[in-house]
Design a protein around this ligand. Structure first.
Ligand code: FAD
Length: 321
């Protein structure tokens, strides 16, 4: 059965986030040869549309409005809902990002359909789309079939590979003139924390520190290791609570969920709430001086030792490669 799939493209500071391309790939798979319509919402975002074609979108619809310059729940819900009403797709895919987690339930309520959230895998069996998603903080996985129309899911970042980029793929950009109105909140100004380097939620390598780093300065060797690996620094809540680093780095049940190719946990005990945010990482390396630490239960490679000795040694060895 072919399907028309609407996917939401996400932008940050005038660039497309990887989740946009991952959503297109998921949409393409579900469409079974149907059509993937990528939606771009914001201000001055139309020049980004071509890249969506390069990654497999069949059509791109843009809504440009100064009121949509910054994300607002009301504004984006109105804009995306108007496109869904017009396009009447058989499926909708949005990233399971901060934005996606906010907007998807609102859209689902407006459409009066169910939502399958935080999908990590998609299969097609006998015409059914089967979604796999983690439950009980990642301790188990469930498979779900959606019988509603449209099928609506959010996908976890870094789990579904984008399609090969093809710069020769192009298409016609359709701009929809929808005026968003009656916004209950308007973002006047965005004050960003200056974060250096790679975006944690999209990083391929994460070097995370826990209470074992002992101080803000204790994060320095982790930053160096992350830098030589082209990765990002993350943290446990223990480290954030102790003021060793900012809460924007927190990984876990009440922090960010990451799925990098390589996760290096340094001085992190491996509490269930932390594992909920990283246990799906492809390769996990744990460095802990306690051989009984729970983190070793989920680690592919474990190093029992003092992180202040092990981490600089790793950095030096990697520099030699
Ligand atoms: P600890 O448990 O204190 O572990 C420190 C580890 O460092 C120990 O294993 C120790 O052996 C090791 N260590 C010490 N010194 C060294 C050294 N020199 N070299 C090597 N190893 C060393 N936690 C999260 O991380 N993310 C969340 O999102 C989160 N959400 C929560 C939500 C709720 C509702 C609750 C109740 C808790 C939540 N927590 C969360 C907290 C969680 O339960 C743990 O308290 C926290 O993860 C512990 O952080 P930690 O592993 O850094 O610290």
């Amino acid at each position: 059965m072919t399907r028309k799939v609407v996917v939401l493209a996400e932008t940050r500071e005038q660039t497309l986030r990887n989740i946009s391309f991952e959503s297109i790939a998921a949409g393409k798979y579900i469409s079974e040869g149907g059509e993937v319509v990528a939606v771009l919402i914001g201000e001055s975002i139309t020049p980004l549309a071509n890249e969506l074609f390069h990654y497999g979108a069949d059509r791109v619809i843009t809504i440009e409005d100064p009121l949509l310059r910054n994300y607002s729940s009301d504004g984006y819900t109105q804009a995306l809902h108007s496109i869904i009403e017009k396009e009447n797709p058989q499926s909708i895919i949005i990233g399971h990002t901060a934005l996606g987690k906010d907007i998807a339930p609102r859209i689902a309520a407006k459409l009066d359909v169910g939502l399958i959230s935080d999908v990590t895998e998609i299969e097609l069996v006998g015409g059914n789309v089967i979604f796999t998603r983690p439950i009980y903080s990642g301790k188990a996985f469930e498979k779900k079939i959606c019988t509603a129309n449209p099928i609506f899911a959010t996908i976890r970042p870094n789990n579904i590979n984008p399609l090969q980029k093809d710069e020769n793929r192009t298409g016609e950009i359709e701009s929809l003139q929808t005026q968003v109105k009656d916004l209950r909140t308007v973002i006047k100004e965005v004050v960003r924390k200056t974060t250096e380097g790679v975006d944690l939620s999209e990083a391929k390598v994460v070097v995370a520190g826990g209470r074992g780093v002992k101080s803000p300065e204790g994060f320095e060797p982790l930053k160096e290791l992350a830098e030589v690996l082209g990765g990002a620094v993350g943290a446990s809540r223990g480290a954030c609570d102790a003021d060793y680093c900012d809460y924007s780095l927190q990984i876990g049940q009440t922090g960010k969920v990451v799925t990098p190719d390589l996760y290096i946990a340094c001085g992190i005990s491996g509490a269930i709430q932390h594992l909920a945010g990283m246990s799906n990482s492809k390769v996990i390396v744990a460095i802990n001086k306690d051989p009984e630490a729970n983190i070793f239960q989920v680690a592919d490679y474990g190093i029992v030792g003092d992180l202040f000795e092990v981490v600089p040694m790793l950095t030096e060895e990697i520099k030699k490669l």
